[in-house]
Write a protein that binds this ligand. Structure first.
Ligand SMILES: C[S@@+](CC[C@H](N)C(=O)[O-])C[C@H]1O[C@@H](n2cnc3c(N)ncnc32)[C@H](O)[C@@H]1O
Length: 274
């Protein structure tokens, strides 16, 4: 089968699953052939090698598997990370958390941070690359996620500056940190997620408990107990009021919520002490 016919058939197989069926058919063909997408232009008549292999990828996508898991990569901030179904696919909104955290690191000359729930390593790796003097201790309760984070840490040669620890939040982690950063699971267990998310991404990375903010609350309390200056977290768009109540109950020096590009509340920065 030639490129034109393969793309036509693949687009038709994908059309019910994605609004960008033709584009994804092209991306997956380029991935399959090991070429750039532009290579496909004006090569309609060229035969596709291993056409069955190509349609195997298309069938996975047609069954809602995220594109990023099929090609084992995701673009995030200024890097490309390895991902598979052991980790959450880093989301564009988490780039905003990085921007917020970066401002605080720069303004306060922060040298030591901890990340809770490192997943693929996205947040810790971007921050470590941006701040060459920064040391990071990053935890995850999932051994599977830590294996992926280890691959990505190696890809960017950050073994010396990012320590990966298998822990429940910061349980058993020694050390003094200026700041804690986290994008924890914050979705309520019974929330109806789309099939491409709930059927493929690890539930331990998505669901935070019965009401959703359970882990966020634990992180806020542990961070205060650890005597850190700053905590920055991503959260759900509807969790601002409940999180604000926690701040009032435990007493914090300063807090601020930030919004995502769609105007939804998406995270917070809290300062516990001077
Ligand atoms: C929403 S994902 C975030 C992953 C990554 N930091 C990112 O932003 O793409 C949450 C991560 O927290 C981890 N996690 C869940 N509960 C945890 C806990 N109690 N302690 C540490 N990590 C936890 C999950 O395994 C998952 O990797």
């Amino acid at each position: 089968m030639n490129i034109a016919a393969a793309l036509k058939e693949a687009t038709s197989l994908l059309k019910d699953n994605t609004p960008r069926a033709r584009f994804e058919a092209e991306l997956l063909l380029a991935y399959h052939l090991g070429v750039d997408r532009v290579y496909l232009a004006r090569r309609d008549d060229e035969e596709v090698d291993d056409i069955e292999g190509y349609f195997a990828l298309i069938r996975r996508r047609a069954q809602s598997e995220p594109y990023e898991y099929i090609v084992n990569k995701v673009s995030f901030y200024d890097i490309e990370l390895y991902v598979d179904n052991r980790v959450l696919i880093p989301r564009p909104e988490t780039e905003l958390l990085i921007d917020e955290v970066s401002k605080i690191i720069a303004q306060n000359s922060i040298k030591n941070i901890a990340e809770i729930g490192v997943g693929s390593g996205a947040i810790s790796i971007v921050l470590a690359r941006a701040f060459p003097k920064l040391k990071v201790v990053a935890t995850d309760i999932s051994g599977d996620a830590l294996e992926v984070a280890t691959l990505n840490r190696e890809k960017f040669a950050l073994e010396e500056r990012i320590e990966l620890v298998n822990a429940d939040l910061l349980g058993g982690v020694e050390g003094v940190f200026d700041m804690i950063v986290s994008n924890p699971p914050y979705i309520a267990n019974d929330f109806n997620l789309e099939s491409n998310v709930v059927d493929f991404e690890p539930h331990g990375a998505l669901f935070g408990g019965k009401v959703g903010h359970e882990l966020l609350k634990d992180i806020i309390i542990q961070s205060k107990d650890k005597n850190v200056r700053f905590l920055a977290c991503e959260m759900g768009y509807d969790q601002k009021d409940i999180i604000e109540q926690i701040f009032i109950q435990i007493g914090v020096k300063y807090h601020r919520f930030y919004k995502d590009l769609a105007g939804f509340d998406r995270g917070f920065i809290v300062q516990f002490k001077e």
